[in-house]
Write a protein that binds this ligand. Structure first.
Ligand SMILES: *Cc1c(COP(=O)(O)O)cnc(C)c1O
Length: 401
């Protein structure tokens, strides 16, 4: 998979910025262009009947029909596999399409999947409302409770799933322990590492089977595209690729161009967003109007030790609680910031802010919110690449308003 790139085929592994810029790309491209062309083709032609037969008998790697793949998409898949240190990457039209694609490809009626309960609410919804209709059983255990996860495993368990860091609480999974449980019980493991990115953590190195990213966030990085990716072993990924070809949850050639372009600056953005996240978290922690800050780079964070052991950086997402504030007072602070835009999502160059109660959990009952750990005075701040001094001065005026 990686041999087509002169960079990634080298045995001495290059740094992540070198990979982000060069991996997966041919050294020499069409018309000697430095960038990859956007191939707007719904279908690909064969010169004659024998060429079709050669292709089917896998003598000739090439494109066939747009739903099965596109040359630009293959470049980005090789680049992402190289960045993650995995054999094969498979792109989908969104992070959720990737999650649905993997679960549908891997699970059969009667199978069970176990989730750590701090998870993206749409993943939870897909399992509870939809996988259940196909006879798949979902069990949820408290995030990072490894004993509870082990106890929930039985003969029908096929997959263990968690995010790391989780959203919005930023709990960090001990990847080594998670992978070991999977190996011990012969159950595959999936980590949604959207908030970590391959710059900050590489779950495959710890023995995790599948890594999922919403490429909409840090990988694309510019708040201008949606995409999702799963990275795993070539053999394990084959049925997922096959199902994607049937589902058709694929990316347009233009979208792949944007993602490839966004990835060129991946490491630079991550370095800045890690630094901004740490600075904003430290500022908030000492502010008298702040009750609590959730950020794995802070010593006060319950998973700080695991994070320091398994991560290179702690990301750009910072969650905090406003002291003695009801939901309205908290909303006033969100409304008073001047630099971040109020919006869902995270990981792009523009800082974003939201109050989870209103943005994603407004339609939940108070009981459900309590269960998911969503508090009225909770704010989620996604650092972009702006200057940290400006972000902090802006937060200061909003907290004092
Ligand atoms: C955004 C997100 C998703 C879903 O990705 P989309 O690209 O929006 O479909 C899944 N997991 C996490 C952790 C996310 O932040």
């Amino acid at each position: 998979m990686r041999t087509q790139s002169s960079v990634a085929s080298d045995n001495k592994s290059p740094g992540s910025s070198t990979l982000a810029v060069h991996a997966g790309e041919a050294r020499r491209k069409v018309v000697d262009s430095i960038t990859d062309p956007i191939v707007c083709a719904a279908t690909f032609t064969f010169p004659n009947t024998q060429a079709i037969i050669d292709f089917i008998e896998q003598k000739q790697p090439r494109e066939e029909y747009g739903r099965y793949g596109n040359p630009g998409e293959k470049v980005v898949e090789r680049k992402l596999a190289a960045l993650e240190g995995g054999e094969e990457a498979l792109l989908f039209s969104s992070g959720m399409a990737a999650m649905v694609g993997l679960l549908m490809a891997k699970l059969n009626a009667g199978d069970e999947v176990i989730f750590f309960d701090e998870c993206y609410h749409r993943s939870r919804e897909f399992c509870a409302k939809h996988l259940s209709r196909f006879g798949v059983v979902t069990r949820q255990v408290k995030a990072c409770d490894y004993d509870a996860m082990e106890s929930a495993i039985d003969d029908n368990t096929r997959l263990l799933v968690s995010e790391s860091p989780t959203n919005p609480h930023l709990s960090i999974v001990d990847l080594e322990r998670f992978a070991e449980i999977g190996k011990q019980y012969h159950v595959e493991t999936l980590i949604d590492a959207t908030l970590a990115t391959p710059f900050n953590a590489q779950p495959i190195e710890y023995g995790i089977d599948y890594v999922l990213h919403s490429a909409t966030k840090y990988l694309g990085g510019h708040n201008d595209l949606l995409a999702g990716v799963i990275i795993g072993g070539e053999e394990q990924m084959a049925p997922v690729r096959n199902l994607r070809g049937i589902m058709g949850a694929i990316n347009s050639p233009h979208n792949m161009y944007l993602l490839e372009r966004g990835l060129k600056t991946f490491e630079l953005r991550m370095q800045r967003q890690n630094a901004n996240g740490q600075a904003v978290a430290e500022f908030l922690e000492q502010h008298p109007r702040v009750e609590q800050v959730y950020y794995p780079g802070l010593e006060s964070h319950p998973y700080h030790e695991v994070a320091t052991r398994t991560m290179k950086g702690f990301g750009g997402l910072v969650t905090f609680l406003v002291k003695d504030a009801d939901w309205r007072t908290t909303a006033n602070i969100v409304d008073a910031v001047g630099i971040p835009r109020i919006a869902p999502s995270l990981g792009g160059v523009e800082s974003l802010i939201e109050q989870p109660l209103v943005m994603s959990y407004y339609e939940c009952t108070p009981e459900e919110r309590r269960q998911f750990g969503i508090l009225d005075n909770m704010v989620r701040y996604s650092c972009g690449i702006e200057n940290k001094e400006d972000l902090i001065a802006d937060l200061e005026q909003a907290l004092e308003a």
